[in-house]
Design a protein around this ligand. Structure first.
Ligand SMILES: Cc1ncc(COP(=O)(O)O)c(C=O)c1O
Length: 387
């Protein structure tokens, strides 16, 4: 069997080799502290789990869902009021089986082969993969190393003319940056000027620290004409494995994605939809509590790495530390050696684009003692290998 050229465009090297190295360690009876995957370790809200269990006991809930329950749309519309955004539940909301589902398929609905899409570099890998699968061309939006904001001014005029889609992601994976309102206003203005679809990935909308207010792109005046925003229950409610998310905004773009999805999936398992509705609509003190847990972990990990001789910048949001490798070493050999020799798994920055090189990403998805142990091992290893 020969895979398609389409498939061959997708990279597989980095994660596969790291997974093999982790497996080899475990086979030898050695442990792995996995900071490489942003999979939340905190529990989902109890009312969501109860709704899921109740529904799972009803045989009628096992039919094809086909489309979203109307109550799901209502629930998302009510939830979005917290961002100062009013949504029409029928036209401006589309349920997804995870935002990965929507992000990976969106390019197929917007781009023709040879079209151009602007993608942040560094950026979450599915943006690039989705565009490539659609046969379109990726042009990077360089992210400023200091401010961590997109450098729109670095994009040449002819690229702006060709671009049909632009992706932004705040709070950002991997850089953990939050958007300034100015960045989002400029993005909306540029989308209008160049007649392109603006796509904002807002998966970490609730994981912001130190009193920061998350900004939905749809709260920028006029954004609904040119923008859609992806959001997810994966991180906000720790429902990552349940696979439920949504896109909101520009009705025409959502209609295109809805049409494609009507051909390739039959909707989200109904008990999962019930859990999501319960999560979105029930008053919950978990938003604040979770932020506090992640912020405490962030502080502990940053402090421990500093003491270990690796000073890192404190992230303003998300569950990620984005750190320069000591001495700016290439990220992949650094991450592989670190994993093999200490059991601490981190993600090499190169996996997020060429401007991610010289960085690694660490997810603080463990309790503080585990994070401290990871930092202790890293410190000992750095002293041994890097003086
Ligand atoms: C920035 C970003 N977007 C989207 C996703 C995918 O989330 P979902 O579970 O909704 O598919 C992730 C998952 O880690 C992410 O980090």
């Amino acid at each position: 069997m020969t895979p398609s050229d389409r498939l061959n465009q997708l990279p597989d090297g980095v994660f596969q080799e790291l997974a093999i190295a982790a497996h080899e360690r475990r086979k030898k009876g050695l442990d792995v502290i996995d900071l490489s995957v942003g999979s939340p370790d905190l529990p989902p809200p109890p009312h969501a789990v109860e709704a899921l269990i109740r529904a799972a006991q009803d045989p009628r809930e096992y039919r094809y869902a086909i489309t979203a329950l109307p109550e799901f749309h209502e629930a998302v519309a009510r939830f979005y009021e917290r961002y100062g955004v009013t949504l029409d539940p029928e036209r401006e909301i589309l349920q997804l089986a995870g935002s990965q589902d929507g992000l990976s398929h969106l390019a197929l609905t917007i781009l023709n082969p040879g079209d151009v899409a602007l993608i942040p570099d560094p950026g979450y890998p599915i943006y690039d993969a989705g565009v490539r699968l659609a046969g379109a061309r990726v042009e990077p939006i360089p992210v400023d190393a200091e401010t961590l904001q997109p450098r729109f001014d670095a994009i040449p005029p002819e690229v702006w003319r060709q671009a049909k889609m632009m992706v932004l992601n705040f709070p950002s994976n991997p850089t953990a940056a939050i958007a300034t309102r100015g960045t989002l206003e400029r993005a909306v203005a540029l989308a209008k000027q160049h007649d392109l679809l603006l796509v904002h990935d807002f998966a970490y909308s609730e994981l912001v620290f130190d009193g920061v207010q998350p900004i939905s792109i749809l709260s920028i005046p006029g954004a609904k004409e040119v923008a859609i925003e992806f959001n997810s229950l994966s991180k906000t409610y720790n429902l990552a494995g349940a696979r439920i998310a949504y896109a909101v905004g520009c009705p025409d773009a959502l209609a295109a994605l809805r049409k494609l999805k009507s051909h390739i999936d039959f909707g989200v398992f109904l008990p999962v939809q019930r859990a999501a509705i319960a999560a979105l609509t029930t008053p919950w003190d978990g938003y604040e509590r979770q932020r506090a847990v992640y912020a405490e972990r962030r502080d502990a990990l940053c402090e421990a790495l500093g003491e270990a001789g690796w000073p890192v910048r404190k992230p303003a949001a998300t569950m990620f530390l984005w750190a320069q490798t000591p001495g700016g070493q290439p990220s992949y050999p650094f991450a592989l050696a670190l994993l093999k020799e200490t059991g601490v798994a981190v993600t090499p920055g190169i996996a997020f684009g060429s401007r991610g090189e010289g960085h690694v990403r660490m997810a603080f998805v463990h309790d503080i003692p585990v994070l401290r142990e990871a930092a202790r091992r890293i410190g000992a290893w750095l002293r041994q290998h890097h003086g």
